[in-house]
Write a protein that binds this ligand. Structure first.
Ligand SMILES: [Zn+2]
Length: 253
């Protein structure tokens, strides 16, 4: 079911960005293949680590987590689950920008020289693995709702594909939607090579956290200038070199 929703999202956003692209670009088969390969590697890592996630869910069902200290209606627990996981992903994202070794892992995602729906798949498998571990820890600590966790995973996937897409929403839609969720214009700023821009707009789903933590940047990036200035060109188009990158370079975030 999750795979079907993912595939539908991927096809829909691909079509929209094909019909009305924000920036025209020539199709690059090699880049697409690389992003899809990284996405597939991440999916395999998630599959391997699924028992950890399921064990966390089963344990949280024993009602041992912090949220079970108070009596909460299921619907409220579901909403709190989504909020806690999204905040967790947001804080994880900031930490990946601030700690050198983690930044070198996350740099694979930022090295993409173009932004489109496939960029949402371009993550180092280690980042995906660490993310599974962090989410499992949050599920255990707070005793999150199993249904909420599954809904959040679907929302996060769809949101990442949406906000990396190469299209621009019309003025008012963009203006109001970004009050709630991360839009493509909102997230494009985060992929601009300028450090001030890269280190802002960390949200993946709700834009609320950037507002609360004052990391929101309202600039609109109109150039198609994406990627990292320092990233070695020879690693950009090579799957194995990208995987090895965090172990071969130590760059400050
Ligand atoms: Zn980032």
């Amino acid at each position: 079911m999750r795979l079907l929703i993912f595939a539908l999202g991927f096809i829909t956003f691909s079509l929209v960005q094909y019909i009305a692209p924000f920036k025209r670009k020539t199709f690059n088969k090699k880049r697409l293949g690389l992003n899809l390969s990284l996405g597939l590697s991440g999916a395999l890592v998630t599959k391997v680590l699924t028992p950890i996630g399921l064990a966390a869910l089963a344990a949280s069902d024993q009602k041992d987590g912090l949220l079970n200290l108070i009596e909460l209606p299921d619907s409220l627990l579901l909403i709190i689950t989504i909020l806690i996981l999204d905040l967790g992903v947001f804080i994880q994202h900031i930490i990946f920008h601030k700690v050198s070794f983690l930044w070198n892992i996350h740099a694979i995602h930022h090295s993409d020289t173009h932004l489109d729906v496939s960029s949402a798949l371009r993550f180092h498998p280690l980042e995906i693995g660490l993310s599974v571990g962090i989410k499992a820890a949050l599920i255990l600590i707070f005793g999150l709702s199993a249904v909420g966790v599954i809904i959040f995973e679907v929302l996060l996937n769809l949101s990442a594909m949406f906000n990396h897409s190469n299209f621009q929403l019309k003025g008012k839609v963009e203006k109001y939607l970004r009050l709630i969720i991360v839009t493509p214009d909102f997230h494009r700023v985060h992929h601009h090579p300028d450090k001030g821009n890269t280190n802002s707009n960390y949200g993946f789903f709700l834009s609320l956290w950037d507002r609360i933590f004052m990391t929101k940047n309202n600039d609109i990036v109109n150039s198609s200038d994406f990627g990292l200035d320092h990233f070695p060109k020879e690693s950009l188009g090579n799957y194995w070199k990208l995987l090895a990158y965090p172990f071969s370079r130590q760059r400050k975030p």
